[in-house]
Design a protein around this ligand. Structure first.
Ligand code: T5A
Ligand code: NA
Length: 216
């Protein structure tokens, strides 16, 4: 029996950006936006620090453990692969999914280490075949402004030089990929940023064409 509520695939919405660019705050706003409209919505975050791979990643990010650059890179990717079937089945059931960081962070943070054996194309490879977002937002903020926000500097990659390379690499990666990126000026207030994101999402909700391809 066709279930009309389940016949429309959910939207896969990814929010990317630098550390402290406001991704989690915006994911929360967007989550509330869907709920207010009576739409089903799931929030997923990478790295998901609760799983066995996520616990290893957390130890690395907080400086409790060391990892080879390639090894930690592949753990971040595995942390997405282990979640992807569950996300796919939710989308098929008509649930919308908001993802806080995804493959784009995965590729650029590793490439920003400037390890000559881990260039951007190598770093992108393990992401190929994961679900392609229907909507991809990039919260753009200068590394100097991000560094002024609460909690900055606590984890491994939160240094200004690293963040500046990450910002450049995000732009390089987006230019190489066949994907639309909604760049949002994240240096404004939480409300101003949320309004811009909601406008794009609102339009996408009316578009039945979206959904179902993989990253290339
Ligand atoms: N990483 C991640 C990899 O290397 N490979 C990978 O594959 C992946 C997925 C941890 C690190 O892992 C790296 C990238 C990271 O270095 P994380 O757990 O997502 O990744 O940690 P962070 O990015 O550091 O997440 P944060 O939670 O710190 O930053 P958010 O989510 O961007 O920011 P948010 O919303 O929590 O806000 C931070 C602070 O700023 C305020 C908030 O209230 C909060 O205090 N704020 C604003 N203030 C003023 N104006 C605004 N518009 C504001 N928006 C938020
Ligand atoms: Na966050």
């Amino acid at each position: 029996f066709p279930d009309s509520a389940a016949s429309k695939r959910g939207l896969l919405i990814v929010i990317e950006g630098l550390d402290r660019s406001g991704k989690s705050s915006q994911c929360q706003r967007l989550f509330d936006f869907f709920r207010l409209q009576g739409q089903r919505i799931r929030y997923a975050k990478f790295p998901d620090r609760t799983t066995p791979t996520g616990k290893m990643i957390d130890s690395y990010l907080t400086g409790q453990a060391q990892q080879d650059d390639h090894s930690i890179h592949l753990l971040f990717s595995a942390n997405r692969w282990e979640a992807i079937n569950s996300i796919r089945s939710d989308l098929i059931r008509g649930m919308n999914v908001i993802v806080d960081r995804y493959s784009f962070s995965g590729a650029v943070y590793s490439a920003a280490k400037d390890n000559p054996d881990l260039p951007l194309p190598w770093a992108w490879n393990p992401e190929i075949g994961l679900l392609k977002p229907d909507l991809l937002f990039f919260l753009d903020i200068s590394s100097t402004d991000a560094a002024k926000r609460d909690g900055y500097g606590a984890e491994r990659y939160e240094m200004e030089g690293m963040q500046t390379r990450v910002r450049t690499l995000f732009k390089d990666l987006f230019a190489r990929l066949d994907i639309t990126v909604y760049q949002v000026d994240a240096g404004r207030t939480i409300d101003q940023v949320a309004v811009d994101i909601q406008a794009v999402v609102h339009t996408a909700m009316q578009n039945p064409q979206l959904g179902s391809s993989d990253l290339e």
